[in-house]
Design a protein around this ligand. Structure first.
Ligand SMILES: C[C@@](O)(CCO)CC(=O)[O-]
Length: 309
């Protein structure tokens, strides 16, 4: 029988704390299991063949912007002592790319899982994250590791760079509306943009980063104690700080405003920004539907509703 294996992962949403998490502040993120990605490996005679939306062919001829994937496959094979392997790898994804939903992190996580499954090797969480971050580092420069941690987790994540990685006790009676602005956002550009502001010792940027960390810490308390109204206020304050970091844009601001006018308890961009998605916190499913309809009417490309319980 032909040897074959699957690796599975999903989209992620950062509830609060993007960008500041790169500088050691805490962040809270959620896996979105219904938006997912599968990597399938089937044994083949010659070389490594990649079959994806972006590139079909031998991985040795992969275009430069996908070099991270080639390195990830090679490094994982090296770790597994299986450098001389031959197979076809097929990537199928329903995660929109460059929309702040972690499509590249989900790809990395599923590639590593598929290779470990293919060679029947046990995979612990630390190895999964260490390998998955190889591609993220090549693609994004200085990632915090939050995206891969969330793509590799079945539960919400409370994350502090290089220190703590555990799951948060979600006790929230509310519903999240996710809306795609239709504008692509590039994580590498957004991360560099914030970095540049910090390199120039912009005092306001430093204060915003610290303040976001404080908001996230308060948010954890509100999530664990079922205070959706307070959480919504914190999300809106987080959005103000993301605007100060200049990673919002006109379309995002417009969608945030519309969600707030239609009953959202708090709304912000999610992910690296400069495009991508917004998230709005709704009291219940009825309010979520009202917000969703208003956002679609205002030109949101796609929406998803995610209850917390
Ligand atoms: C902008 C950022 O905070 C989240 C991107 O999804 C970058 C990172 O954490 O690596």
């Amino acid at each position: 029988m032909t040897n074959q294996a699957i690796g599975h992962s999903h989209a992620k949403i950062i509830l609060m704390g993007e960008h500041s998490v790169v500088y050691g502040q805490p962040a809270i993120a959620l896996p979105i299991p219904k938006i997912d990605l599968n990597v399938k490996i089937v044994e083949k005679n010659i070389g490594i063949f990649l079959n994806s939306k972006y590139y079909v062919g031998d991985i040795n001829n992969i275009p430069n912007d996908l070099l991270g994937i080639k390195n990830l496959i090679n490094d994982t094979l090296h770790k597994l002592n299986k450098e001389a392997s031959c197979f076809e790898m097929t990537i199928e994804s329903s995660i929109p790319s460059e929309r702040g939903m972690g499509s590249s992190a989900a790809t990395s996580v599923a590639i590593v899982k598929s290779l470990y499954n293919y060679f029947n090797k046990p995979l612990d969480k630390d190895t999964l994250l260490e390998l998955s971050n190889i591609e993220e580092t090549i693609t994004h420069g200085n990632p915090s590791g939050l995206d891969t941690a969330t793509a590799g987790s079945d539960n919400p994540v409370w994350f502090i760079r290089n220190r703590v990685l555990n799951e948060i006790d979600f006790n929230l009676n509310a519903v999240l509306v996710i809306a795609d602005s239709g504008i692509k956002g590039r994580t590498d550009i957004a991360i560099n943009y914030v970095k540049q502001q910090l390199t120039h010792k912009n005092k306001e940027t430093m204060e915003s980063i610290k303040h976001i960390g404080e908001l996230v810490t308060k948010a954890k308390h509100d999530i664990e104690n079922n205070n959706p109204c307070e959480l919504g206020l914190l999300m809106s304050e987080n959005q103000k700080e993301l605007k100060n970091l200049k990673v919002s844009n006109d379309k995002i601001d417009e969608l945030v405003e519309i969600a707030n006018r239609n009953g959202s308890l708090g709304t912000k961009l999610t992910g690296s920004g400069l495009g991508g998605c917004i998230i709005a916190l709704a009291k219940d499913m009825n309010d979520a539907k009202t917000i969703e309809n208003a956002l679609l009417k205002a030109g949101a490309l796609e929406t998803w509703i995610q209850p917390f319980n």
